[in-house]
Write a protein that binds this ligand. Structure first.
Ligand SMILES: [Zn+2]
Length: 217
């Protein structure tokens, strides 16, 4: 149980960090971590500054849960990604301004910077719009995440995954930074796009890249 308490506290800290970094505001966004046969997921409608470890919801693979609070309205996305992708240990969903602006335009992010290799390929796909909390949105997110570690959700926000919570948080920050750079570049002129084989080379170089190995240029 000590492990579970540590995971709950890490989720609370990460939720607050998303707000501190400007990636979320209010009670938007949610986080999950694989735990046992199921997952731990943030509750619905609790702002991070009022969130406590005891409020994190323990959920089974089948979506059943118990606890004083309801799970995040986006629990299906978390449950379905962790169920379909065994290499993923944590999922961070946010509404960061630059990435969400591209999602509002329904636009994939092309290879405008080599750091897109963190996404696992030469693009970050934008999943088509579906109502929040629905199985349709979860299915659209899973399709957009095919061979990728992150995606946009049209007119909504972002999803970043990782082997663990540190990795998913790292990617959530890098994705927003990439979108910020792309948005600025678009105001200057038409951005240059890197070729697919260069991104493939970078994906190979980035294997193992993460918060504890940030030596990539
Ligand atoms: Zn959302």
């Amino acid at each position: 149980m000590a492990d579970e308490q540590r995971e709950r506290e890490a989720i609370v800290a990460a939720s607050r960090r998303l707000v501190a970094l400007g990636l979320n505001r209010g009670a938007s966004g949610n986080i999950s971590v694989r735990f046992g046969d199921g997952l731990l997921v943030t509750p619905s409608g609790v702002p991070p500054d009022r969130l406590e470890a005891g409020a994190i919801v323990a959920m089974g693979r089948d979506g059943t849960w118990s606890g004083p609070l309801k799970p995040s309205s986006e629990w299906r996305i978390h449950r379905d990604i962790l169920g379909a992708r065994p290499e993923i240990g944590a999922v961070v969903h946010a509404h960061p301004p630059y990435a969400t602006a591209f999602a509002i335009c329904g636009q994939d992010i092309p290879a405008v910077h080599y750091m897109i290799a963190l996404a696992g390929g030469p693009s970050v796909r934008c999943a088509p719009y579906a109502t929040f909390g629905t199985a349709e949105l979860s299915a659209a997110a899973l399709a957009a995440l095919e061979a990728r570690t992150c995606c946009l959700l049209a007119n909504h926000g972002t999803i970043a995954t990782g082997q663990n919570l540190d990795g998913a948080m790292h990617l959530a920050v890098e994705l927003e930074e990439l979108c910020r750079q792309y948005a600025i570049a678009l105001t200057i002129r038409t951005p240059n796009i890197l070729p697919d084989d260069e991104i493939t080379r970078n994906v190979a170089l980035f294997r193992g890249y993460g918060p504890r190995s940030t030596d990539a240029g």
